[in-house]
Design a protein around this ligand. Sequence first.
Ligand SMILES: Cc1cc2nc3c(=O)[nH]c(=O)nc-3n(C[C@H](O)[C@H](O)[C@H](O)COP(=O)(O)OP(=O)(O)OC[C@H]3O[C@@H](n4cnc5c(N)ncnc54)[C@H](O)[C@@H]3O)c2cc1C
Ligand SMILES: *[C@@H]1O[C@H](CO)[C@@H](O)[C@H](O)[C@H]1NC(C)=O
Ligand SMILES: *[C@@H]1O[C@H](CO)[C@@H](O)[C@H](O)[C@H]1NC(C)=O
Ligand SMILES: *[C@@H]1O[C@H](CO)[C@@H](O)[C@H](O)[C@H]1NC(C)=O
Ligand SMILES: *[C@@H]1O[C@H](CO)[C@@H](O)[C@H](O)[C@H]1NC(C)=O
Ligand SMILES: *[C@@H]1O[C@H](CO)[C@@H](O)[C@H](O)[C@H]1NC(C)=O
Ligand SMILES: *[C@@H]1O[C@H](CO)[C@@H](O)[C@H](O)[C@H]1NC(C)=O
Ligand SMILES: *[C@@H]1O[C@H](CO)[C@@H](O)[C@H](O)[C@H]1NC(C)=O
Ligand SMILES: *[C@@H]1O[C@H](CO)[C@@H](O)[C@H](O)[C@H]1NC(C)=O
Ligand SMILES: *[C@@H]1O[C@H](CO)[C@@H](O)[C@H](O)[C@H]1NC(C)=O
Ligand SMILES: *[C@@H]1O[C@H](CO)[C@@H](O)[C@H](O)[C@H]1NC(C)=O
Ligand SMILES: *[C@@H]1O[C@H](CO)[C@@H](O)[C@H](O)[C@H]1NC(C)=O
Ligand SMILES: *[C@@H]1O[C@H](CO)[C@@H](O)[C@H](O)[C@H]1NC(C)=O
Length: 635
Amino acid sequence: MPGTRIKGQPPISTSRMLTSIILFGANSYASPVVPRSPSGLKHFVESSLEDLSSALTRLFSPHSSTPTNTRTSRCKVYPGDTAWPSDEAWSKLNELTENRLLVKPTPQAAVCYPNEAVYDAEECASLTATWNSSYSHYIHPIEMMSPVAQGMTCLPPNVFDTHNCTRGGFPLYVINATKPEHVQLGVNFARNTGIRLVVKNTGHDFLGKSGGKDALSIWTHHFKDIEYIEEFVDDKIGYSGPAFKAGVGVQAFEIYKAAYEKGKTVVGGEGETVGIFGGYIQGGGHSPLTSLFGTGADQVLSFDVVTANGTFVTANSTSYPDLFWAMRGGGGSTFGVATAVTVKAHPDMQTTASRFSFTSAKIGNETFWAGIRAYVDYFIPNADAGTYSYFTLIPNVWTGIFTFNMSPFFAPNKTLNETQALLQPWLSRLANLNISVDPNITHFDSFYTAWRSSFPLETVEKINATTGSRLFPRANFETEEKRDELYQNLRQSSENNRVQVHFNIKAVDPANADNAVNSAWRSNILFAQQAVRWPPNGTAAETLKIRQEFQTGDMQRWRDISPGAGSYLAEADRLEPNFGQAFWGSKYPRLLELKKKLDPEDVFFATTSAGSERWRVESVDGLPNENGKLCRVEA
Ligand SMILES: Cc1cc2nc3c(=O)[nH]c(=O)nc-3n(C[C@H](O)[C@H](O)[C@H](O)COP(=O)(O)OP(=O)(O)OC[C@H]3O[C@@H](n4cnc5c(N)ncnc54)[C@H](O)[C@@H]3O)c2cc1C
Ligand SMILES: *[C@@H]1O[C@H](CO)[C@@H](O)[C@H](O)[C@H]1NC(C)=O
Ligand SMILES: *[C@@H]1O[C@H](CO)[C@@H](O)[C@H](O)[C@H]1NC(C)=O
Ligand SMILES: *[C@@H]1O[C@H](CO)[C@@H](O)[C@H](O)[C@H]1NC(C)=O
Ligand SMILES: *[C@@H]1O[C@H](CO)[C@@H](O)[C@H](O)[C@H]1NC(C)=O
Ligand SMILES: *[C@@H]1O[C@H](CO)[C@@H](O)[C@H](O)[C@H]1NC(C)=O
Ligand SMILES: *[C@@H]1O[C@H](CO)[C@@H](O)[C@H](O)[C@H]1NC(C)=O
Ligand SMILES: *[C@@H]1O[C@H](CO)[C@@H](O)[C@H](O)[C@H]1NC(C)=O
Ligand SMILES: *[C@@H]1O[C@H](CO)[C@@H](O)[C@H](O)[C@H]1NC(C)=O
Ligand SMILES: *[C@@H]1O[C@H](CO)[C@@H](O)[C@H](O)[C@H]1NC(C)=O
Ligand SMILES: *[C@@H]1O[C@H](CO)[C@@H](O)[C@H](O)[C@H]1NC(C)=O
Ligand SMILES: *[C@@H]1O[C@H](CO)[C@@H](O)[C@H](O)[C@H]1NC(C)=O
Ligand SMILES: *[C@@H]1O[C@H](CO)[C@@H](O)[C@H](O)[C@H]1NC(C)=O
């Protein structure tokens, strides 16, 4: 119905709408697969919008047009609200996205519940057997690897019996996006209807930031193209050299392999299934190569991104430089949805890695801890030498035994002898303490082969644990006294039954990129994690109390000895207090300004994202999870 007048807006014709929808990018595709430059919507939108009533058309319009009901209502729009989109609107969204809208995708564990249509005991058994592997979940449109953040409403009964399988914090609709146009349509639809929008890539985020009850989700997993660029020149950044342009669904195991085949490496995570070009890179991202090259975000040369108003743009040093600054470290799901990212490629390099462990079983507690204390003396030199060490401290409440696991000590660009020389001072002290270790020090010709055989596949889907983290700066290691204090605090956490995971790493960027990466990373020497655990069958109130006491207790002790430092936003606790300071340090004020400028209507939201203080998920059980409506926080 061209020309129909919609509430308070001038008459618009379908053809004018179409013009604006089609023309929101200036360039055209140079490559049909991974566009080198963003462009506008393609013809399918034009033809499919012809017959739309303008009321329906408006839902897909790139114009800023928040409906009045969402301006005044306290919460985002949910099923049951009069403003909830009609079935016709959803089916139009499906049609416009080329039938890529998934309606109520079934939670994976539904196969385990007899009253579910998909019930299948055999499938349930095989799913249960692989449930704690990330490979079982990243392929799924809604599953996130933290059920605690989802609200624990549908798990295999052998893992946790939820009695029934309900959707909880899972989204209701998912766009299985493969083109920027699909993303634009989703962003416009969410903004114009006022419903909640989430973005899911792999679901690895520790805080479960890819979930949201009854939301529309943009699932980015299938943006899988990788393009090698021999010479990328950006005078402003001061870079001239090889690069990779990768779709945002590309994961660590894919980009590392692709880089290896070109004789290159890129900065990516240690975890093999992490989505390197989604949440990882926008959140900073630490890597086995970070002590040499800085964080993941420091490598970015360009983003292709759909902004909050539905525009598809290139964000680089000269085009949308504010957006470019913010998306390099400012966190995912905050400023836009990236569809592709261009990053620096570095030359491949020999790498040496070593794994070893010891326990307190035969040597006793004091000797065990003396061995750990000795190690703390080498954190600064090891990070300065460009290494990345990944180690755990595991308590066992039943036996009273502590275990140290080095898995691995990773030395990129180092020969076997150089690595031995780095480890020797500490290993000698362990020997003097009669702590016997048998380090397997192995040399590899390339980063890729070293990475493949050295890192563990971590357990995911923990049902009764949450991790808190701290970026301990160099100041914590500069004097004997400070090292004693730090060590005492790690020991205290072990004695309080915290599982600890540590990364001895530095993140100084040699190119000195000006971006939104947490300023606390720049002086980091030990990125430390500790987990709190609780009885899985306790009440919500009991669980909340344990989680709060973790923050006021063990986490506060760590904060107290590192004033002004921070925490890493992708591996952290939803209850981290004053998260803006903790996750971004001195960068936070500018991020808040840019959030207001680039997403004035809060189309994008994730718990603990920049500017998220204005909203809160009102979870049904009162625990910090996604199982509830997203509502404004009353002033
Ligand atoms: C087993 C495991 C290993 C890990 N290893 C490492 C590691 O070595 N180094 C490290 O730094 N971190 C690591 N992490 C943490 C990891 O960086 C975060 O989980 C990160 O958020 C993963 O990003 P993702 O896109 O894969 O995950 P998701 O959980 O899908 O997304 C994370 C956040 O980013 C947003 N997002 C995703 N894609 C986009 C996009 N294209 N545009 C806008 N927003 C987007 C999502 O909305 C969400 O808010 C690990 C986590 C796990 C569980
Ligand atoms: C993961 O699950 C497998 C199979 O159930 C089990 O053998 C393994 O111990 C589990 N790993 C961890 C760390 O829980
Ligand atoms: C599970 O669902 C059944 C049937 O829908 C219902 O009768 C029962 O009360 C539910 N149980 C729980 C624990 O919610
Ligand atoms: C999502 O899209 C990809 C690419 O077209 C396809 O292979 C996959 O099967 C789709 N997934 C679902 C759940 O529809
Ligand atoms: C940044 O993006 C703009 C717009 O696409 C482009 O013209 C410019 O060449 C890009 N800059 C670099 C250094 O690639
Ligand atoms: C070591 O310390 C743990 C925790 O404090 C304790 O449970 C255990 O009994 C101690 N072991 C010995 C041998 O003293
Ligand atoms: C790798 O080692 C070589 C030889 O020591 C050195 O010249 C080069 O700068 C190192 N590369 C990096 C990235 O540190
Ligand atoms: C490594 O060190 C050993 C002795 O420590 C020495 O014999 C050997 O020559 C060294 N190898 C290299 C390649 O430097
Ligand atoms: C290590 O063991 C040796 C021989 O058993 C013993 O003489 C020495 O005192 C022990 N050292 C320590 C630090 O326990
Ligand atoms: C040492 O580690 C390498 C690489 O991980 C492995 O191939 C080798 O089998 C290990 N050697 C021993 C003795 O365990
Ligand atoms: C957490 O859950 C696991 C698996 O159910 C259980 O073995 C462990 O004891 C629980 N932890 C606590 C502190 O209750
Ligand atoms: C929780 O489970 C533990 C062991 O599995 C049991 O001892 C305890 O009684 C249970 N608590 C509740 C409240 O059901
Ligand atoms: C859309 O957003 C971008 C980035 O914030 C901005 O530059 C542009 O002017 C906006 N376009 C419209 C039509 O508002």
